[in-house]
Design a binder for this molecule. Structure first.
Ligand code: G4P
Length: 522
């Protein structure tokens, strides 16, 4: 039996608006962890931006697995799993699902821009899931907004009380470091000539800080006291309850604040805990093995033409080769080929613990939201589907390829790339595809062409709102002009409206009908 890695886990995701610095921060986190892992960190690469070759070398030498889905690395005496959220500007359901696989989130905010639309949307999902959120104000090395103003914005826009752990010394663009509010000391940022060879942080006492940073230090100290007077000190229970957020100030690019973030994750972020079960109760982490699938992907690489399911281990120990049960069908599922890396180079995973992410190959039966388990049965609740806001009707261009079209649409539906809606009226030839963000359609079009060899034509439909209804009311609702009722592949009956005013008008004219908002709007 392979050795089990018993080190404690931290599993988190970074949520941010594009360009806030997520990739830069991710690289800095891994590189810093790597520097710490190496004896004699003085010659480390802490200040330098990682390159692809750094990553490859790291992966080989340290067994750090790097993939588009989950990145695992050791930091101090912990194992850290950083689950990636899709990076594109458009918003899709993938991100929501990823957030069901983590125990906490790091909200990355650009100091000059403050809270941006995608950050807000993602934050709402975190709030809904009760995920504790650590906030990092990034790009403090260049001109940006006032720190107190940014704190006000977080509190007023998302109702989360900021409890800064550090406070900037010097304004954005001319900052000297941060005041560590828990020790009262100064973490000084030292800009080095090459920027590449030395860790840029230096720890000073308050007295030394006054001598070093003068007025800036005094102002930071005053503001830090103001925060205390205003109830802005960290409190572990309100943080875990999702009511307050510890805040750090950083420059991912200059590697400043990166060590503090890793230490904060270890110290404050929750470890994997019991997972609620669909039937009530919860699966404890030390129970028999169980995991749930939060992402399914296919066709990433022509050499690996199979379907990959990414599962988060919820309880017990995963061992490669074990035969588990697929809760939805009751059938056995062999895990002979389980991987930690899902890019071109895959490496096998031997064991995995709660909080870890495993990639399962040949997972054709597994769908997003499915549970697999060993021993005592478990079934986790379905991951919610989200309220689509964009709708197209899709058909195959070459009618001779209809079979491939049908297979492709079914596959993409199961992967959760888009939602597929059908009705008798439209027939099977022209299903409606529904998405939270329009980029999901581009993915469908590209994959239908390259993977299923069934190019499609998509026509925009003038709907922007889907409400849940019941089969009994379908007839009444579809009697209104400009409104259509369709069934999603999970059986949910949806009424499609051009806008909310039309829905209100239907409600007024047919007061008894069920028209309910879907779980989460985009
Ligand atoms: P993303 O993944 O969130 O989309 O952001 P990414 O890391 O790609 O960063 C977006 C841009 O912001 C990059 O600049 C990056 O260098 C810059 N950036 C990230 N963190 C910091 C920071 O702490 N300070 C400063 N000043 N800039 C930061 P770019 O010009 O778009 O790309 P590049 O040419 O630098 O790679």
């Amino acid at each position: 039996m392979p050795d089990l890695d018993r080190r404690p886990r931290r599993t988190f995701a970074v949520i941010s608006h594009p360009d806030a610095g997520k990739s830069t921060l991710t690289e800095a986190l891994v590189l810093h962890a790597q520097v710490i892992a190496e004896a004699g960190a003085v010659h480390g690469k802490a200040g330098r931006k990682g390159t692809v070759s750094d990553w490859m070398a790291m992966e080989r030498s340290r067994g750090i697995s790097i993939s588009s889905t989950a990145l695992q690395f050791a930091y101090r005496d912990h194992v850290v799993n950083l689950v990636d959220t899709p990076g594109h500007a458009d918003f899709s359901e993938d991100t929501y699902r990823v957030l069901s696989a983590v125990d906490s989130a790091v909200m990355l905010v650009d100091a000059a821009k403050g809270l941006e639309p995608q950050t807000l949307k993602l934050f709402r999902v975190c709030a809904r899931r009760g995920l504790p959120v650590i906030t990092v104000i990034n790009k403090w090395d260049r001109p940006g907004r006032d720190a107190l103003e940014l704190m006000d914005e977080i509190e007023s826009q998302i109702g989360l009380r900021p409890t800064p752990l550090t406070w900037p010394v010097g304004v954005p663009g001319d900052f000297h470091g941060v005041l560590d509010r828990r020790t009262g000391g100064f973490v000084r940022y030292t800009r080095t000539a090459g920027g590449a060879t030395r860790a840029p942080e230096e720890h000073l006492t308050a007295e030394a800080a006054l001598a070093a940073a003068g007025e800036d230090w005094e102002r930071a100290s005053e503001e830090a006291e103001l925060l205390t007077a205003d109830g802005g000190d960290h409190d572990q229970s309100t943080f875990l309850a999702g009511r307050t957020t510890p805040v750090l100030f950083a420059s991912a690019l200059l590697n400043f604040g990166v060590a503090q973030l890793l230490d904060t994750l270890l110290e404050l972020a929750p470890a994997p805990g019991p997972t609620p079960l669909a039937a009530g109760g919860a699966r404890e982490v030390d129970a028999d093995f169980s995991a749930y699938v939060f992402k399914v992907q296919a066709g990433m690489d022509a050499n690996h033409r199979d379907r990959l399911a990414y599962a988060r281990v919820c309880s017990g120990v995963f061992e490669r080769g074990m035969v588990v049960t697929h809760a939805a069908t009751g059938k056995p599922f062999a895990t002979k080929y389980a991987h930690t890396v899902f890019g071109k180079e895959r490496s096998s995973v031997e064991t995995a613990s709660p909080g870890d992410i495993v990639g399962l190959v040949n997972a054709n039966a597994l769908r997003v939201g499915d549970t697999i388990y060993d021993g005592v049965p478990a079934e986790f609740p379905e991951i919610e589907s989200f309220a689509p806001e964009h709708f197209v009707s899709a058909r195959v261009i070459d009618a001779g390829r209809y079979k491939r079209f049908r297979r492709g649409i079914e596959q993409l539906d199961q992967e959760g790339v888009v939602q597929v809606l059908r009705s008798e009226l439209r027939g099977d030839q022209a299903p409606v595809l529904a998405a939270v963000g329009p980029m999901q359609f581009e993915v469908v079009a590209a994959r239908m062409e390259t993977e299923f060899h069934a190019p499609i034509r998509m026509d925009n439909l003038a709907y922007s709102l889907a409400l849940h209804t019941t089969p009994e009311h379908a007839g009444t609702i579809s009697g209104f002009s400009g409104v259509e009722v369709m069934t999603r592949s999970d059986g949910t009956v949806l009424a499609l409206f051009p806008d909310k005013w039309k829905a209100d008008s239907v409600r007024r004219q047919a007061p008894g009908v069920v028209l309910e908002a879907l779980p989460v709007g985009g």
